[in-house]
Design a protein around this ligand. Structure first.
Ligand SMILES: [Zn+2]
Ligand SMILES: [Zn+2]
Ligand SMILES: [Zn+2]
Ligand SMILES: [Zn+2]
Ligand SMILES: [Zn+2]
Ligand SMILES: [Zn+2]
Ligand SMILES: [Zn+2]
Length: 217
């Protein structure tokens, strides 16, 4: 309402210090400061004001305002304390409770929690959970190793994940967990080239492990 507006800047006195001249003309501190830069006087009654410290704070109007009921600012398209957004917050509360309500109000416009990762989406807080499920910057767990990666990085990670099961590099048609590939080729892969165990005795033959029975028969 008009009673709680600074008559110079026409802003609601929310979070403002209200100061007055000797004759009771009340303006917000910012307006007094810029007015005193221009002229060292009250701009209404011209009473001299050397500095802002001469002006007393009008706590009566500040406290009255705290006991006033207003609409949650997230009921608005802009913070001007008039309802504009039909889908916004319907809460009407005491000004002194406004801050704690606004912190948890589901209608406040927030950044995606992956904004640091690059998501530029903004939306009402109540839509956060829905967005997180489909945000292209979200993290998901690798189904093989269980570590979390940004979803766009999963294909790259998948090509190097040590716990992923991949076809044997020697094409024996077995699938092997990537980090155990050496163990597989050393100990069991049928396509590993073997030297004959009688090499010391003079056999120079080499053969694939899967053919060793043929060599020894
Ligand atoms: Zn003002
Ligand atoms: Zn005055
Ligand atoms: Zn609200
Ligand atoms: Zn996002
Ligand atoms: Zn992985
Ligand atoms: Zn193999
Ligand atoms: Zn041999």
């Amino acid at each position: 309402s008009e009673d709680f507006m600074c008559q110079i800047c026409s802003e609601i006195i929310y979070n403002k210090l209200m100061r007055q001249c000797l004759n009771g003309h009340v303006f917000c501190e910012e307006c007094w400061k810029s007015s005193l830069v221009r002229k060292k006087e009250c701009c209404v009654c011209r009473v001299p004001v050397k500095s802002i410290d001469e002006l007393s704070r009008n706590r009566t109007i500040e406290n009255l305002f705290l006991k006033t009921k207003i609409h949650c600012p997230f009921s608005l398209e802009q913070v001007n304390f008039q309802i504009k957004d039909e889908n916004g917050c319907k809460e009407v509360l005491l000004v002194e409770n406004l801050k704690s309500h606004m912190d948890k109000c589901l209608f406040q416009i927030i950044d995606c929690k992956f904004s640091k990762e690059g998501c530029t989406k903004r939306f009402k807080k109540q839509l956060l959970e829905d967005h997180i499920k489909e945000c292209e910057y979200r993290f998901i767990s690798c189904s093989d190793c269980g570590m979390d990666f940004r979803i766009s990085y999963i294909p790259i990670h998948s090509s190097e994940c040590p716990k992923k099961s991949v076809p044997c590099i020697q094409k024996c048609y077995k699938n092997v967990v990537r980090c155990e590939m050496n163990k597989h080729t050393d100990n069991e892969c049928g396509n590993t080239v073997m030297e004959c165990k009688y090499k010391e005795a003079g056999c120079e033959k080499r053969y694939l492990r899967k053919n060793q029975n043929v060599h020894f028969s």
